[in-house]
Design a protein around this ligand. Structure first.
Ligand SMILES: C[S@@+](CC[C@H](N)C(=O)[O-])C[C@H]1O[C@@H](n2cnc3c(N)ncnc32)[C@H](O)[C@@H]1O
Length: 203
């Protein structure tokens, strides 16, 4: 059976951005929520499951100097690096399964759009939340499919969240700042309802 890593390597080896439902030209909501923390552009930001998404482009445009992009797919990271050209050298790139990721430093902001929701087993969720608690010092911006969003993505089951269930997951170590739902229009013209939430780390 295909592993999760093989699955995602295959996706990024065979699909263009306009063939992937999650593609966004400008990840404005993520950028706005990251900026809502009011941190300087020297803040450390990690984009978990960043794929070849454009959050990193937006953060570089805003002058952020300490950006890390992590993804299980080496193909995804390679695509993002190629797209950015010389600017890619200003970013730290990591290929890792987020469930096994053992950070060796802290990050001010942990960002995740559409990765956490692929963790459908309790022990995976617990490992992920433990990692956040150990390394996210200012807060977390997280986007999952909403309870009325799709049940699957990229052929995989997802765990959908309501504001209260996501808040409950993050309740140890974090306080909710705010949540919003957003209908993402896929490159094929369909809609996917996302839940975005920002959480502040509790001292
Ligand atoms: C739906 S895409 C979202 C990509 C990007 N965050 C965005 O919003 O455009 C999910 C991403 O999570 C990555 N991913 C899935 N499971 C992962 C895991 N266990 N560890 C790290 N990355 C993972 C995939 O390779 C893919 O790039």
């Amino acid at each position: 059976m295909e592993s999760i890593k093989e699955h995602w390597e295959h996706v990024y080896a065979t699909k263009r951005p306009d063939e992937m439902s999650w593609t966004q030209a400008v990840p404005q909501t993520s950028l706005d929520l990251i900026e809502s923390f009011g941190l300087p552009v020297s803040a450390g930001v990690i984009d978990v499951g960043g794929g070849d998404g454009r959050l990193v482009d937006g953060l570089l445009d805003k002058g952020y100097t300490d950006i890390t992009v992590l993804d299980i797919s080496a193909q995804a990271i390679e695509r993002a690096r190629k797209r950015l050209g010389d600017r890619a050298d200003r970013v730290t790139w990591m290929v890792s399964d987020i469930v096994e990721f053992k950070p060796v430093r802290t990050y001010d902001i942990w960002h995740d759009r559409a990765t956490f929701h692929f963790l459908t087993h309790g022990e995976q969720v617990d490992a992920y939340l433990g990692t956040i608690r150990s390394c996210a010092t200012s807060g977390v911006v997280i986007a999952t499919f909403s309870t009325d969003g799709p049940e699957r993505c990229s052929g995989l089951d997802v765990q959908r969240y309501s504001e209260s269930t996501l808040e409950e997951r993050l309740s140890t170590g974090f306080t909710k700042m705010g949540c919003l739902t957003q209908d993402h229009t896929t490159p094929f013209g369909t809609q996917q309802r996302f839940l975005f939430c920002a959480f502040r780390a509790t001292p």
